[in-house]
Design a protein around this ligand. Structure first.
Ligand SMILES: CC(C)(COP(=O)(O)OP(=O)(O)OC[C@H]1O[C@@H](n2cnc3c(N)ncnc32)[C@H](O)[C@@H]1OP(=O)(O)O)[C@@H](O)C(=O)NCCC(=O)NCCS
Length: 431
């Protein structure tokens, strides 16, 4: 160990998330800040953490509000944490709260601090809707105009098309392809059938429904009271479909390539609102304070592929890299939590792990990474069923993985996330 690295192992003591809701439904009138505050407040209360111990808060968000771009600092100021706690917000696309966890863990490992909160939130019900560039320039010019006549002249430039609002695109800026079109491309190039995709989607819903019924979701969930009256209480995810079946999934039309496609609303993750956070502490401090850690962070890795190729293959690189750093094999994992952006992306990455060609050409290895036992994969459901608030998914995966490893008395687990820009994130937890 380098002399600078003095903080030792990083413990995940607990995690908490809001119920996840389809965008435009239960949290229609809330912001990402509201959601993040609800879960952080609950996490602090539930762990009986003295707020004065918290030394940093890092949160992930992909589409920030223009009014509150540093979500993490708003969380500090809005949850009773000391105002002296510094906080920043990171954007590693869908891996943002994975990145937040890695940043806090790095600081703990360096010995800079020993208690931190990491998480993330997203409200796709509250995305910034912008004026067109022409309209924005007109408004800026008008604000600088000296006379009323000048202002009238400037507004006379406005054309009807300038009124068309600009919404954030869930697309890759460098290629222009949406995430869904990219998933279509992967399904076609990797020979992933519609049935394979629907099977993954069905497992996601079935596993989530069983986890809910057996009370396995409760430990990770907080309750959200919805303003202005606070009479409505959200206590459960609203996207899980108990009644779905292969037949129902097979009937859904393809969305991103209407003629020849296989990616549907059923085998894609939905647009979602929600937040999640974890409490991280150095092992030494956790033991000194009398906490029993749920799990420890063993290793993590971030990698990237060319977005112009197959956009969502990042986990295919990040997973073997994290395993190598952990000194472990895929076969050592008791559980695998894989973010399901699309079933086609899950199937493509699982295929890459098993592929000799992928191992040779992309990893420079003679042996494939290995086969993921489907019985160990997303055992409490995945993003297709539960939902995917971009900034929160990493912290949800870490929480679920740590809780489930504890419940099963497992030793190792890995989580992976594909992200915009061709990136992949993976983290190995141990007990
Ligand atoms: C795919 C997508 C366009 C679908 O959006 P949507 O049309 O609002 O989806 P809905 O939930 O309304 O579903 C469409 C229909 O499919 C049905 N459906 C969806 N999932 C189903 C399931 N598992 N079983 C049965 N029916 C299902 C719905 O009931 C709905 O039917 P209706 O039209 O009769 O009401 C949207 O979820 C999306 O863009 N997802 C991708 C998000 C993304 O890119 N994320 C980034 C990942 S990195």
């Amino acid at each position: 160990m380098s002399p600078a690295v003095t903080g030792g192992r990083v413990a995940i003591l607990a995690g908490c998330r809001t119920p996840f809701a389809k965008a435009g439904t239960a949290y229609r009138d809330l912001t990402a800040v509201d959601l993040a505050k609800a879960c952080v407040r609950e996490l602090v209360e539930r762990t009986e953490l003295d707020p004065s111990w918290v030394q940093t808060v890092v949160m992930g968000q992909v589409i920030p509000s223009v009014r509150a771009p540093n979500l993490a600092r708003e969380v500090v100021l809005g949850t009773g944490l000391p105002v002296s706690v510094p906080a920043h917000t990171v954007n590693r696309a869908c891996a943002s709260s994975g990145e937040a966890i890695a940043e806090v863990a790095s600081e703990i490992m360096m010995g800079h601090l020993d208690v931190g909160l990491a998480g993330g939130a997203e409200s796709l019900s509250d995305v910034p809707i912008l004026h067109s560039r022409a309209m924005a320039q007109t408004l800026a010019d008008a604000s600088r105009a000296r006379t009323l006549m000048d202002r009238v002249r400037i507004f006379a430039r406005v054309r009807p098309q300038d009124f068309i609002p600009q919404t954030p695109a869930i697309a890759e800026p460098s290629t222009g392809l949406t995430m869904g079109q990219s998933a279509e491309k992967m399904a076609k190039e990797n020979g992933i059938s519609r049935q394979d995709q629907d099977r993954i989607a069905l497992a996601s819903h079935r596993n989530a429904a069983v986890a809910l019924d057996e009370g396995r979701m409760a430990p990770e969930m907080c309750v959200v009271r919805v303003p202005p009256t606070y009479e409505t209480t959200v206590y459960e995810d609203n996207l899980i479909r108990r009644d779905t079946s292969m037949e129902a999934l097979a009937k859904l039309p393809p969305v991103f390539d209407r003629h020849y496609g296989t990616v549907t609303a059923g085998n894609s993750s939905p647009l979602t609102d929600g937040a999640a956070a974890v409490l991280l502490m150095s092992e030494k401090r956790a033991r000194a304070e009398g906490y029993t850690p749920l799990a420890f962070i063993r290793a993590w890795a971030v990698a990237a592929v060319d977005p112009g190729g197959q956009l969502l293959m990042g986990p295919g690189l990040a997973v073997p890299m994290a395993l190598e750093r952990a000194g472990l094999e895929l076969s050592d994992m008791d559980l695998v939590e894989m973010h399901e952006a699309f079933a086609a992306q899950v199937a493509s990455n699982l295929q890459a792990f098993e592929s000799e060609e992928w191992a040779r050409d992309k990893l420079g290895r003679s042996r494939p990474v290995g086969r993921v036992d489907r019985e160990k994969l997303n055992v409490n459901g995945g993003s297709i069923a539960i939902g995917h608030p971009f900034g929160a998914t990493g912290a949800r995966l870490a929480t679920t993985l740590a809780n489930e490893l504890t419940r099963r008395a497992g030793r190792y687990g890995i989580l992976s996330i594909c992200a915009q820009g061709g990136m992949g994130f993976a983290m190995v937890l141990e007990r």
